[in-house]
Every structure is written in C-alpha cells, then in structure tokens.
Write a protein that binds this ligand. Structure first.
Ligand code: CTP
Length: 424
C-alpha cells in the first residue's frame, strides 16, 4: 500500500504521517478506512479522509485538530469527530466500533470495539479495508474480507447475508457504488438484494433516511443509471409504487445532467431538480402520499408542490390569457426557484422554454433605477399610487418598451398624468 499512499497529493500524505506520529505518541492504533482506502486503491483522489482509532477517537480527533491548526466538531452519538484542516482537507476521526441493530432499519447502537470488529460491521468488502498509519506498520493493508480482490473483479459484495436487513440504506448504497464505479453486484449479493426488497425491507426505513439516499444518488455525476438499475431491481417502486421510472423520467434526468448536473455553480439545488423529475405531475392524492412517506424538507416539498401551480400558468399561456413577459413574470413570481429552473431546463416546447429562460436568467432579476424618491422629485404627490406606478414602469421595462433611467422617469410621469387626466 506504500505505493498507493505515495501517489496521494503531498499535502494529504504529510497530514497522514503527522496523524500517524501523533497516534504513536498517544499509544493508539490509527487506520485509514472505508471509502478512502477503496478510492486510494483505485487511484482516485479525495479530500475527505476517514480515520479510525482503536480507542478514544474523539479525544484523538481533538488532539489532531490542535496539532494541525484545524477545527474539530465532535459527534458523540457516533463516537466521531470531524477535523477541518486549514488547507480544505476534512478528516473524520472515528472510534473503532461495533454496531447492533435493535430492529431492521433502525439507527444502530454503537460501542467501542477492536478494529477487526469495526471492519466486520461495514457494508461491502470494498469498503471494509483499512491501512495502518502508525510508523512501525505505515501503509500495511488490513483486508479481512478480500476487498482488494473484489476491487479487481469489479464487484460489490456484502459481508454477510443479513447486511441489507440490518441496514436497508445499503440497498441504495450498493447500486450507487455499483454504477459509480462501473462494477456489478456479486451474484449472492444481488440475490440477497432482491430478497430484501421482496421482504419489504425498504419499508423499514424512515422517510428522511430514504430521502437522504435519494439525495446522495442525485449528487452523483450521473444519476440516471442508478435510478434505472434501482428500478430494475424493484427498489424504486418499493419506496412508493408511483415512483416507477419511465422513459419520461430518463429524458428529464438526462436533460438536467446535460445542462448542469451537480457541477459547481451558485445554484445549490441540482439534486432537488432530479427529485422534482421523479415526483413530477401525478394525481394530487398520489403526490400527497409520496410526500407523506418521504417527509421532504420545506424547500423540496415546495418545489414539488409548485409543479401544479406551474401547470396552471402553462395552461394560461397556452390559452392566451398570459401574453407579455411582464404578465408571465407576475404569474410565476411566487413559484419556487427550483420549480422554475426545472421547467426552464426540461420543458419540451421550445417557445415555452425560451419564455422560462428569459424569466429565469433575466426578467426576475430586473430592478428599476427609479424609486419613490424619484417620483417625489418629479412632483408626484406621495400616496398609494406610488406602488402601482412603479409596478407598471417595471412591467414596461420587462416588456422591453423602455430601457434607460430617463425613460423610466418619463414613463412614470406619463402614467401619473394619465391616471389624473380629467375624464370630462
Ligand atoms: N458504512 C457502512 N454502512 C453504511 C454507511 C457507511 O458500512 N450504511 C461504512 C463503509 O465502510 C463506508 C464508510 O462507512 O465506506 C463511510 O461511509 P460513507 O462516507 O457514506 O461512504 P464512502 O465509502 O466514504 O462513500 P463516498 O465515496 O460516497 O464518500
């Protein structure tokens, strides 16, 4: 494993050696574990590093943060501490632990345990390897379940037959890793997978835990193959019968991935767009029962529910009741940004898509350069008409009838004159 460590970026390598020395000084055994080891063996780089200490991991995490000039956040329920280092590397320092499940799908009860027990409670062989960081054994691989061989064979394999029953989130994790790494579920694992789904194990997961698994899928670089495979294995409709995937879903998910996907941007809701695609227009009662099952947070719930408000706007545009860009703006102004971005990216009709694009990228950001003070300077008496005049001027600007500040002033004065033109 020394070669794999040697290939890590120098900053990470130095931090690992520093942590190993600190563990020696503290008389503790320290290991790299889980996804960090898996990705290292695959030659993939990552900036979140998982460490396990045999002994007091939380105390060690604190010491490591102080020695490295980082910040530490303890999570006592899981016996872990997150250490954020100044250079942007995150180290999760955990106490080697056992996990027992009081009932299928419940969160595990954890207790401190030796390293071999910690590896044995993990999900898949490729995630159940450790690398020693103490100086004497620096770089030694601990691989009790032949994870390295499974990496070479490109397969995702559970450690024991009850794995999916203990923790059904692993059903979703299995497919996420399988598709991300372009691996295959090992035969016995696939059989246990299907048995767990048929046995109703997905039903043992709470809404928020399920939703978190869906969110993790949506932040992968290519979510579609994961949804598709879950569907073929029966796991998507096991969440709710209405969630079966279809061609429409494929088009939508691919369209969102093509346009942006989870790429860095100022918009932080890409994952929400995929879920809006998954939950898109269904009968109100069906939608309500999906929402009741998954208990989405306010933002996601609003994004989903606003799809029906959008449908009404869509009908109004089609019937000609909404014509100008300003009317469109007024109609969609209170629809969630996520919903509007979703329709902007995916609407099948080009005209409607362009309308949405103008709203999303341009019109909703438009502001006037005049305000109440300007109206006062123009000699318009202060009063309730100010709001109406400014609103009208903004509509004219959105409709492209005026552009400059001067034109805004002139339009405001004309509007006021018109409002007060003698009627006889
Ligand atoms: N793990 C597990 N069962 C779970 C969740 C996690 O056994 N239900 C273990 C696995 O060993 C996993 C490690 O905890 O590798 C860390 O979990 P997580 O950060 O979710 O997985 P990573 O493998 O680090 O995945 P990613 O590459 O997506 O960060």
């Amino acid at each position: 494993m020394k070669e794999a460590i040697a290939q890590l970026p120098a900053g990470i390598r130095d931090r690992l050696s520093q942590a190993g020395r600190l563990a020696d000084e503290s008389g503790l055994d320290l290991y790299l574990v889980g996804g960090t080891v898996r990705d290292m063996l695959l030659g993939w780089s990552r900036t979140d590093i998982d460490l396990v200490v045999e002994g007091d991991g939380m105390g060690f995490g604190g010491r490591l943060a102080r020695a490295a000039g980082g910040r530490c956040t303890p999570h006592p329920r899981f016996l872990t501490t997150t250490v954020d280092l100044p250079e942007g590397i995150n180290m999760d320092v955990a106490t080697a632990r056992s996990e027992t499940y009081e009932r299928p799908g419940a969160l595990p009860r954890v207790a401190s345990a030796p390293m071999d027990v910690d590896l044995a409670r993990r999900d898949f062989t490729i995630n159940a390897m450790a690398v020693s960081l103490n100086e004497r054994r620096f770089g030694d691989l601990v691989d009790p379940f032949n994870g390295r061989a499974d990496l070479q064979k490109k397969r995702v394999r559970i450690l024991h037959n009850g794995s999916f029953i203990d923790d059904p989130t692993r059903l979703f994790r299995a497919v996420r890793f399988e598709q991300r790494l372009r691996f295959r579920l090992e035969r016995g694992t696939e059989r246990r997978f299907r048995e767990a789904v048929a046995g109703g194990m997905v039903g043992n997961l709470s809404g928020p835990r399920l939703l978190e698994q869906l969110r993790l899928i949506c932040v992968e670089s290519d979510p579609w193959p994961i949804f598709e495979r879950l569907e073929r294995l029966g796991a998507l409709s096991a969440i709710h019968p209405a969630l079966a995937s279809d061609e429409g879903l494929e088009t939508l998910v691919r369209e969102i991935s093509r346009t942006g996907g989870p790429a860095p941007s100022t918009y932080d809701g890409w994952w929400i767009l995929y879920l809006v695609a998954l939950f898109r227009p269904r009968r109100e009662e069906t939608l309500q029962s999906v929402v009741d099952r998954l208990k989405p947070n306010r933002r996601l719930r609003r994004a989903i529910e606003d799809m029906s408000r959008w449908s009404r706007v869509e009908q109004a545009v089609e019937s000609g009741a909404i014509e100008t860009p300003a009317d469109f703006c007024r109609a969609v102004r209170t629809i969630s940004e996520d919903t509007m971005l979703f329709v902007t990216l995916t609407h099948p009709d080009e005209g409607m898509r362009r309308r949405c694009e103008s709203y999303y990228h341009k019109h909703r950001h438009m502001r006037l350069s005049i305000d109440g003070g300007t109206l006062k300077d123009l000699g318009i008496p202060v009063g309730p008409e100010y709001g109406r005049i400014l609103d009208e001027v903004l509509s004219m600007k959105i409709n492209g009838e005026i552009g400059t500040a001067d034109e805004e002033r002139r339009a405001a004065r004309d509007l006021w004159l018109r409002l007060h033109r003698p009627t006889h």
